[in-house]
Design a protein around this ligand. Structure first.
Ligand SMILES: [Zn+2]
Length: 261
């Protein structure tokens, strides 16, 4: 009886100590070092802030697995870490207040849409997506893409950065490529630089010219901001060299300087 009581007491005490929490945290840190490239380069103080944001993100958002996908802690962590990296220096946007749900699909997702072919006939075409962000609604992501998105991509792609840039853009109620910038004086130069860079990308796209920025950004100003965000974080040094004015605007907004990572 006494032995049993001793055992029970010691196990209870163990459970109440923050030890289990600490080992979980260590496990998270290992995953982040392995799977999210910028994490290893963050100074310790920024890592601590990122940890707090990640915890809050995971606590506040509901994750759903679509099409039978079972959502694991590692999936939550990888989405949260990359989403929170964008807002690491933006305490005013405390963890995407308008985004309540994240829906993970095992693969690309989409719907069948009817389209008219060049011959004038109707065709059903599957409109596949790897991510989508709704205003005041969920962020949808393809896990097959997210699972490797933490690595630096030579083409500068990162679907998590892309979709959460849309979420930031939606914060003021319109997805127009201009997130809330704070001080009113910043809007004029932002619009001037963004408009001029967007027009150059549209021109390059229409004329089949090579461009550093992904020409998907020529779809509209909202996609331009999302694509520019991906490449800003993924290929900062080249971005700064090729588009210094645009780089300066994004650095001013995100308060990150990835060219020096
Ligand atoms: Zn987009």
């Amino acid at each position: 009886m006494l032995n049993w009581l001793k055992k029970w007491l010691s196990s209870t005490r163990l459970n109440e100590q923050p030890g289990s929490q600490t080992s979980f945290r260590a496990e998270w840190t290992k995953i982040l070092v392995r799977r999210v490239a910028p994490y290893a380069r963050l100074p310790a103080e920024h890592r601590r802030t990122l940890h707090r944001l990640i915890e809050r993100f995971i606590e506040e958002k509901t994750f759903w697995g679509a099409e039978g996908l079972e959502v694991t802690d590692e999936m939550r962590l990888l989405v949260a870490a990359q989403a929170c990296l964008l807002i690491l220096h933006l305490p005013e946007f405390w963890v995407y207040p308008k985004t309540k749900e994240i829906i993970l699909y095992p693969q690309d997702f989409g719907e069948v849409v009817e389209t008219i072919g060049p011959d004038g006939r109707r065709y059903d075409v599957r409109d596949d997506k790897i991510g989508e962000t709704w205003n005041r609604g969920p962020v949808l992501l393809s896990w097959s893409v997210v699972r490797n998105s933490g690595w630096i991509d030579a083409r500068g792609h990162n679907v998590v950065y892309h979709e959460f840039a849309h979420a930031l853009d939606w914060l003021d109620g319109v997805a127009d490529g201009t997130p809330p910038l704070g001080d009113k004086s910043r809007y004029e130069v932002w619009r001037r630089v963004m408009t001029s860079e967007y027009k150059s990308l549209v021109f390059a796209d229409r004329n089949g010219r090579r461009a550093f920025l992904d020409t998907y950004g020529a779809s509209n100003p909202a996609e331009f901001f999302a694509v520019a965000t991906e490449q800003f974080f993924e290929a900062g040094a080249r971005f700064r060299r090729i588009h210094p004015a645009l780089y300066a605007q994004l650095r001013g907004f995100y308060k990150h300087d990835p060219a020096n990572w």
